[in-house]
Structure formats: structure tokens, C-alpha cells
Design a protein around this ligand. Structure first.
Ligand code: CMP
Length: 139
């Protein structure tokens, strides 16, 4: 089934000029980038986005990291896009990420792990709506 997922290319990747390389992995995997914008996340945006992790010990560090440099927010479309993108990203910790995945190729550590991808279709819808309107998405 064709579906959409939400992606963020994180500050560690934009800082190292890896946006194009990450996008190449995404496109080579058959996912289409149907919306994309480079933004400087505000503290409020990052706090809201990662609200589910508010009680985790790394929450403060995570919000600080996500606002430390520009990010690229994206909508990806394709067959089973949520699960497919999670495969393409690899495990959260790059040490556990399968060869060829974005995190195996580019992530620096479990926190600075180059990309985010939604973990369910419901979260994909909520996350996309935080950054894009329907008119921004051209499938
Ligand atoms: P992401 O998929 O964006 O969702 C939550 C993020 O929290 C995760 O990627 C990592 O960037 C970060 N994270 C997860 N576990 C840790 C950890 N143990 N220490 C620091 N950051 C973490």
C-alpha cells in the first residue's frame, strides 16, 4: 500500500553537508521525497516533537541537539513507507545498524544519528501535520 512517512535529516548530517547523500539512499530505496524544507527548529518545536520522550534522561540533550543546527524535514511516499524507511535508516544506535543503512553509513552515535523516521502510520500523520500543510505535499 502506498503511504507516507515523516523524516528529519538531523543537525549532525546537515552540518557535515550530507543532505544529498542521505537523499540518495532514500531515493535509491524507492521512496519519493514529496515535500522537503530546511528549517532551524525552535526549542518549542523540538520539545513538542519529542514530547513522548519528555521523561527520558536524554530529553534535554535531544532538544539541544535538534536545535543546534538546521534540519531538513521531509515527507516520503512509497509502498509501506513507514516500515521501508525504518529499514533504510537502520537501528537507532549506529553500532547496531545493518550495513548500507543511513545510520551505518553516516550516524555518529545513538543521539546524533543523522535521521528520524516515524514509527507508525498514526505518528506519521501527526508528525507530518506539525511541519507541512496538504498544499506543501506534491505527490
Ligand atoms: P529518533 O528516532 O529521532 O527518536 C528519538 C531520539 O532520541 C532518537 O532518534 C535518538 O536521536 C535519541 N536517543 C535515543 N536513545 C538515546 C540515548 N540513549 N541517548 C541519547 N539520545 C538518544
Amino acid at each position: 500500500m502506498t503511504e507516507r512517512t515523516f523524516s528529519i535529516i538531523k543537525p549532525d548530517a546537515t552540518r557535515r553537508n550530507l543532505t544529498g547523500k542521505v537523499n540518495a539512499v532514500i531515493e535509491d530505496a524507492g521512496l519519493r521525497i514529496v515535500a522537503q524544507r530546511r528549517i532551524q527548529m525552535t526549542e518549542d518545536q523540538a520539545k513538542k516533537f519529542y514530547e513522548v520522550h519528555a521523561e527520558r534522561p536524554f530529553y534535554g540533550e535531544l532538544v539541544e541537539f535538534m536545535t543546534s543546527a538546521p534540519v531538513v524535514v521531509q515527507v516520503l511516499e512509497g509502498e509501506n513507507a513507514v516500515a521501508r524507511y525504518r529499514e533504510v535508516m537502520g537501528a537507532t544506535n549506529p553500532k547496531d545498524a545493518a550495513p548500507g543503512t543511513i545510520r551505518a553509513l553516516y550516524a555518529e552515535n545513538v543521539g546524533e544519528n543523522s535521521v528520524h523516521g516515524s514509527d507508525s502510520q498514526e505518528n506519521a500523520r501527526l508528525e507530518i501535520a506539525q511541519f507541512f500543510t496538504d498544499a506543501d505535499i506534491v505527490g
